[in-house]
Write a protein that binds this ligand. Structure first.
Ligand SMILES: Cc1cc2nc3c(=O)[nH]c(=O)nc-3n(C[C@H](O)[C@H](O)[C@H](O)COP(=O)(O)OP(=O)(O)OC[C@H]3O[C@@H](n4cnc5c(N)ncnc54)[C@H](O)[C@@H]3O)c2cc1C
Ligand code: FES
Length: 287
């Protein structure tokens, strides 16, 4: 079985003001670059940022979480991070409307990061919608480690595939799936996975996207030696382990299930331990 260097919660998190270096519309998303200074050295693929939204007089008291897509230590602005934001509700739409030079109150880097293999392996990266965000930076890290990196990106329609050319540059191969067939192959991003598993083309799967996609991948690799690292996206209110809104049922090595906070025990989790059938249900579990 593949050995991964696992990370625990990032203890370098801090709250500070980050300025918006650029805000570009890319398809149905916004690519935001934030100036974060030296903190960038602690940001790992899988970590996220919690951003205060709505300005000073806003009623939106809860920060919104966004995956850190990529980092740069050498830009002319010093340390920067890239986010891919889908304008959805009030918080994300406010964020997408922030012009260059705006200042944001942020807390980062939060959560666990993707485990990195100790040896070169065959890695399959699977992203659904904006779930591709943390996979581009991860692909670069894995390639530097000598891994073969294949990427599958999927969405309901072509406009929701973030920057397909970026995917091509970051990975050794890229296949795109859309449910309406408007880009790449028609179907779901999970469709080719079983064939790849049978061809022995995968040692580790890294995934990020909607929970049903993560659950489907876990089911596909059940009973195999394939490691599945998934970045879960459970609703989060505090983002720092206090409020318990983000809990998920997760088994330990002895099979005991407890409710873990996906903001500090995740977002990256071992997909084989998450009790996907119990997600969203209230069950009697060991605390
Ligand atoms: C780890 C993680 C990574 C994410 N990465 C990305 C990313 O890369 N790109 C992206 O576009 N989105 C990402 N999201 C989703 C993002 O955090 C927001 O949920 C999404 O942008 C919608 O927020 P909104 O403010 O537009 O919508 P709203 O409908 O206003 O709020 C959506 C979410 O905000 C929280 N919330 C708002 N109001 C309340 C309330 N009264 N009580 C409790 N909770 C409330 C809940 O989490 C809710 O699901 C991520 C989420 C998580 C948890
Ligand atoms: S979001 Fe509050 S405990 Fe996780």
């Amino acid at each position: 079985m593949v050995k991964l260097l696992m990370s625990t919660i990032n203890r370098s998190a801090s709250q500070f003001i980050a300025s918006v270096v650029s805000n570009k519309r890319v398809g149905q998303y916004h690519q935001l670059i934030l100036q974060v200074g030296d903190i960038v050295t602690f940001c790992k693929p899988g970590n996220f940022i919690a951003i205060k939204v709505g300005g000073e007089s806003s009623r939106m008291i809860l920060r919104r979480a966004f995956a850190i897509s990529r980092t740069s230590q050498s830009s002319s602005f010093g340390g920067t991070i890239e986010l891919i934001v889908a304008p959805f509700g009030s918080g994300s739409s406010w964020l997408c409307s922030q012009p260059e030079g705006s200042e944001l109150d942020v807390v980062t880097p939060l959560g666990t990061a993707f485990g990195i293999p100790t040896e070169p392996v065959k890695a399959l990266l699977v992203g659904g919608g904006y779930g591709s965000a943390p996979l581009f930076g991860l692909a670069e890290v894995l390639k530097l480690r000598g891994c073969k990196v294949d990427m599958l990106l999927g969405a309901s329609t072509g406009g929701k595939i973030y920057a397909p050319m970026e995917g091509k540059r970051s990975a050794n191969s890229l296949r795109i799936y859309t449910e309406d067939g408007s880009m790449g192959e028609k179907g779901r991003v999970t469709d080719p996975i079983w064939a790849l598993v049978q061809d022995n083309a995968v040692d580790v799967i890294y995934s990020c996207g909607p929970m049903p996609m993560l659950a489907a991948i876990s089911k596909l690799v059940e009973g195999t030696d394939i490691v599945h690292q998934c970045a879960v996206e459970e609703s989060m209110a505090c983002g720092v382990g206090v409020c318990m809104t983000c809990v998920l049922p997760v088994a330990n090595d002895q099979g005991q299930v407890s409710m873990l906070r996906s903001c500090i025990d995740g977002p990256v989790m071992d997909g084989s331990l998450v009790q996907w059938d119990l997600v969203g249900q209230v069950h009697e579990v060991h605390q």
